[in-house]
Ligand binder design. Sequence first.
Ligand code: 26V
Length: 819
Amino acid sequence: MFYDMELFTTVFKEQLVSRLGKNVEEATADDIYRVLGSLIREHIGREWAGTNQAYKTNREKQVYYFSMEFLVGRMLGNNVLNLGVYDTVRKGLKELGWDLETIEEQEPDAGLGNGGLGRLAACFLDSLASLGFAGHGCGIRYKYGLFEQKIVDGHQVELPDPWLQKGNVWEERREDKRVEVSFWGRVEVSEKNGRTVFETVGDEKIWAVPYDVPIVGYGSAHVNTLRLWSAESAADPAKMRFGAQNGQPNNGYYTFLDYNRSVESISEFLYPDDSGYEGKLLRLKQQYFLCSAGLQSVLRTFGKLGLPFTELPRKVAVHINDTHPTLVIPELMRILIDEKGFGWDEAWDVTTRTVSYTNHTLMSEALEKWPIHMVRELLPRVYMIIEEINKRFCGMLLERFPGRQDLVSRMAVIESGQVKMAHLAVVGSYSVNGVARLHTELLKTDVMQPFYGLFPERFNNKTNGIAHRRWLMHANPELAGLICDSIGTGWIEHPDRLQELERFQNDPLFLEEIGRIKRGNKLRLADYIREKQGVSVDPDSLFDVQAKRLHAYKRQLLNVLHIMHLYHLMKDDPSVDRLPRTFIFAAKAAPAYFLAKCIIKLIHAVMDTVNNDPRMEGKLKVVFLENYSVSLAEKIIPAANVSEQISTAGKEASGTGNMKFMMNGALTVGTLDGANVEIHERIGAENMFLFGLRSEEVLDYYNHGGYLAREVYERDPRIQRVLDDLVHPGPFSRHDREFEFIYQSLLDHNDEFFVLRDFAGYADTHAAVDRAYLNAHDWAAKSVVNIAHSGHFSSDCTVKRYASDIWKIRPVRTAFEIK
Ligand code: 26V
């Protein structure tokens, strides 16, 4: 039905009646969405089964990407696009009186992630399926995704995100595939037939029930699976043991209701804290829940091959997205030893050849450490195994470096009463990768230097990438259309071929089209801004966007301080010749991250003053878009002229927003940080706006001192003025304690992220942006160079490198392709 428009409309009308008892005239947009979604989901079924069958018949090696986060966003548009039925569906719906875009808007975002790390996982799934790799996601089906952000009087307020409330058309509950996960209890050790046997008694068992979501590859020949686990209490309470809660013996108050509540809480919500590590018991429970359920299901599938478990690494790769799923390492050891009868060395060999690990941050606050007592009580047998891993690892170190107790304490897995997850991940895996070249180099030479010294062969770089199908084809269909008209469609499957666009960088007609498309996207965003915030913005002003999580190191503060400076500049001298600008922010702050929330408040104060000052009319506007999410990103990014990627050099592991903006023709104002370094290398300094300290200089300041923020403040009157604005009543402040806090972080705490140090360079760079934008032709040409080189940053390229270097897998041909 999806390949013939008339058939589509006929069947669709019938389905509306048979499913909802409504005809088209009565149906709401939500009705249309649900019926269309269900039909598409059913249509996918054949290919889904076919893909699984092909994997089985070929006895294909399977990759399982374990991640606490999958920031998938909406699926309808992406599925329709990848199935190749976008046009039929769009035209068919039009016949019925609906816009596909309106229908897509009905779908709640699957916001099962905080930011870059979760979105990367979603992009990888898209690429794995599109390239025909047998790669699946393994995650948690949180009942509530990342909080919904509302701004009330300039303050962020967090509301729950009940994304499943109206049901989810994409998922399939697989009751038959449920597994048991066990917590608490104590380990009894005994000897049986000359073997030491470990048995956990008095534990609490719960069900993990999988919900499978099909991941449709482009061209639809491959449909992989994202398996999301939901925690449920045992069906038969009589069989469950409620002997203990939080390690405390049952005192009679721990009822089935308590048990029920505590079980369901495990998959209830996503931790919103990508800000500073939070050592909460519930989070540890979630992590083990994912690892144990996921591994059991992986091993069950492997078991069907009838091979000995020593063959596991040949047929299975388990990848861990950051340290959150590191417990797969001791959990796999536990299953192999306790359930499959392996000896330690044999189990260790299999485990360390199965697991690979990606590190996503160098920030020490974000490195996970769990207090020993928590792990020991919640997961007694797993803790024993971690202890043994640590004992053997430290023993090996002492043998190789006699007398180096200092080195042993630095590298140990368990140290100072804590289990260090990153150390466990490096010790227990065969591959450790960073997410951009600079990041990997810093891992090797700084944060993980002793581990690199010990296992140099394990370390490798895999620069991040983004799904060009979502971020270009779906988010910016007009640009995608222009590209197809100019260089054909080859780039869709070979995104590197976007490079062929370079030959149009001096073609006036092409550049004009680029400008026209950008303007259209800006108009659409302007409509959205007017509708949502009641602010009207000028589509002919330069749209300068910073959209990402709010973190001190990402330096949204540098951006706001600069806007305050521009305000003064234009107010003091109305004749000053600067380009009309619209500064657009979108950012969520972790609920407990005070400084981040202060910065949100400052952005709003500045917005209030600037937007209500008639002298700024036609010159300066500031907009903060509420509730940044994948679907909002798809509206904002195609409309950007300038992309702000201004983190303190050495702090942003990679960044992926930088790539999305570039792919949509925005020019980057950025530091040489994360993947910006590689973007710069590809497009050259003439096609972006670089400023600021280099990572070596930042490192040098950290190591040797020599930076005095107050000195910079005293020397630069522009900085003095905007900082004084924070603490003196004036255009932006009325003695707000939040602004005082920002002031103190910059001057009393010596500006940890070098905001003041980079201010002058940043201001000069923006003046250069103004001058460059005046020449529309040259600007569009730079924009084309950016688009042309963005194909290199498609996650297709990234995933291919993971496949060949780390997972050792090849694309699979399914029956559909062979036919
Ligand atoms: C960073 C920080 C920094 C300050 C306070 C504490 C804190 C907590 C978490 C994080 C980031 C955690 C891991 C993460 O999300 N990393 C992001 O991964 C992306 C995908 O690889 C990458 O593009 C981003 O640069 C990186 O921040």
